[in-house]
Design a binder for this molecule. Structure first.
Ligand code: GLU
Length: 553
């Protein structure tokens, strides 16, 4: 055991005692069942859809219980930090409304980046050394790698334990001579396990989602503070979790189920530090079908795992959040958007098996969502998206606001509603045709989509339609023009008649309307032609149809 006076020399002489931090971060003055929880992303990659899922759940639970939700950036692995990830996080938090309730200026429990909490971890590392619950380890990276190799070869559990834990019992004199030789060291936890090679113990704990879990107890002397040759001297995840969640007065640790196997060491750490363990809720990961089998939604393989995908394509955040809430608590999938946005989620309704995240399902939810948005909100949401992702579209929209409103009005008319849009980047494809600026008129009369109508007949139909065109505002009267055109050029008035004797006709009325449809919309399936004509206005209808009477080739 190292003498306390010696341990003190390893740290800054001004380093506060634990009691200082414990009163600096007082208990929160909240109702007894208020949930304080946190989301702890690491800036070692982009914000994952699964992260939004857990954070949404956390924020909802905190708010509905009168508690608090905060984000703590877990940046202790500075070597793996990905440049730009913090900015990408900030964008994702804002978009999905999972921003932290707390920050350095409105709360006492910060800072909210672990790299800024270095001194706190040092206080507690020193404390564990003084209590002989930790020790200095001088093993080099190479030695540790070699050890792992040997353990793997011998099919032994990997880790720093038993006779592998070479630095566990170094005397103070041995420690001092290594320090004098300038060796760097980490600080390791002295796991309170049985003697080496004793049968490993089991530990039982309660998970708020899974109930009682029995697990092999921890025997590994995990690293608490990373190497002394790297500054700042930061903690590992295990140590930071226990210290921060205690001092930040978290009441429920919501995190991914991949951490279940670390609970035994976390419980040992709480105990060694004299802290009360915090209840855990381990969330099952979002899954996806890959052929017939399921696998986790993967950062590497799936576009939809990255929140940038939703932001850039323009999925309204509330549609995505509605879907995620339904995956967390299936009851939410039956709710209206409004109900789901304001109802309380519950931890106990979260499933033990990971829910399937299905992009097709999300698309259909998002389609419903956009179709029910009030026109002003739809317009606002579209313009916000376009401002960042499609500046040309922004200009066109701004120049045609009454038309955009009309399009949304049509979208909301129950008799013609098509629910064309699941995301704003589909606006051009579905509605670009209404805008002169975005629509290159069709002038190629031999476009195969006119078949069986040939180029010469296309010109005749277009010319006749344009010459006698009346911009009727009655649907029947408008379509009457197509019927007249069909009969004028010998097309059957119904598809049935054409089918019966194709040789007697130039085609059927369907072929005529197809030609006019292509001229007006550039598409073979389109919104109702009468509506299209109304939205375009007379002049634009004529401009488009006439483009076929002056073939460019
Ligand atoms: N930083 C950890 C991670 O990225 C967070 C785990 C936790 O929430 O405790 O997985």
């Amino acid at each position: 055991m190292l003498a306390a006076e010696f341990v003190n020399t390893l740290f800054d002489a001004e380093l506060p005692e634990p009691s200082y931090w414990e009163s600096y971060y007082p208990p929160r003055d909240l109702p007894p069942d208020a949930i304080v929880t946190r989301f702890g992303p690491s800036p070692t990659g982009f914000l994952h859809t699964g992260g939004v899922y857990v954070a949404t759940l956390g924020k909802n639970l905190a708010h509905h219980s009168g508690g608090s939700y905060f984000i703590r950036i877990e940046d202790t692995d500075q070597a793996r930090e990905v440049p730009g990830s913090r900015e990408q996080f900030a964008r994702g938090f804002k978009y999905f409304d999972i921003e932290s309730d707390e920050n350095e200026s409105n709360s006492k429990w910060g800072p909210y980046e672990q790299s800024k909490r270095e001194r706190i971890y040092h206080t507690y590392a020193r404390e564990l050394l003084r209590r002989d619950s930790a020790y200095l380890c001088f093993c080099t990276r190479e030695e540790l790698a070699q050890m792992t190799e040997e353990q793997n070869a011998a099919k032994l559990q990997t880790g720093y334990y038993g006779s592998w834990a070479r630095c566990r019992n170094l005397s103070q004199a041995e420690v001092m001579s290594r320090l004098e030789a300038g060796k760097s060291y980490t600080i390791r936890f002295r796991a309170p396990a049985g003697p080496p090679h004793a049968p490993p113990g089991r530990v039982e704990f309660l998970d708020l989602i899974r109930g009682r879990i029995e697990h092999q107890d921890n025997t590994n002397d995990v690293v608490l503070l990373k190497s002394s040759d790297q500054l700042p001297r930061l903690p590992t995840y295990h140590f930071a979790h226990v210290v921060d969640d205690t001092l930040m007065r978290v009441t429920v640790v919501l995190r991914g189920e991949e951490w279940i196997s670390s609970v035994p060491v976390h419980l040992q750490l709480f105990n060694a530090l004299g802290f009360k363990p915090i209840p855990y809720a381990h969330i099952a990961p979002l899954m996806k079908f890959d052929g017939a089998s399921r696998r986790k939604l993967s950062k590497r393989k799936d576009n939809e795992a990255d929140v940038a995908y939703y932001i850039d394509s323009g999925y309204p955040a509330d549609a995505v959040l509605h879907y995620l809430r339904g995956l967390a608590n299936s009851r939410f999938a039956e709710m209206t958007f409004e109900e789901s946005a304001s109802a309380a989620l519950s931890i106990s309704e979260c499933g033990v098996a990971g829910p399937i995240f299905d992009l097709v399902k999300l698309e259909s939810i998002s389609r419903e969502f956009i179709a029910q948005l009030p026109i002003d909100e739809a317009l606002e949401s579209l313009l916000t998206w376009a401002r960042e992702h499609d500046p040309e579209l922004t200009t066109v929209l701004r120049g045609n606001l009454p038309l955009v409103r009309r399009i949304f009005e049509n979208e909301r008319n129950p008799t013609v509603q098509r629910k064309d849009l699941a995301k704003w980047n589909e606006f051009r494809g579905a509605y670009g045709l209404y805008f002169q600026e975005l629509f290159p008129p069709v002038s190629d009369t031999s476009d195969p989509r006119f078949a069986p109508v040939g180029p010469e007949m296309v010109v005749k139909l277009a010319k006749s339609f344009a010459d006698s065109y009346r911009h009727e505002d009655n649907k029947e009267a408008w379509f009457e023009q197509i019927r007249r055109l069909a009969s004028e050029y010998g097309f059957a008035p119904t598809a049935g008649q054409y089918k019966k004797s194709p040789e007697s006709f130039a085609g059927s009325i369907g072929h005529v309307s197809n030609a006019i449809r292509i001229a007006l919309t550039g598409l073979t399936t389109s919104p109702d032609l009468f509506l299209v004509a109304q939205n375009l206005g007379e002049e634009e209808v004529l401009r488009r149809v006439r483009a076929l009477t002056q073939p460019s080739i």
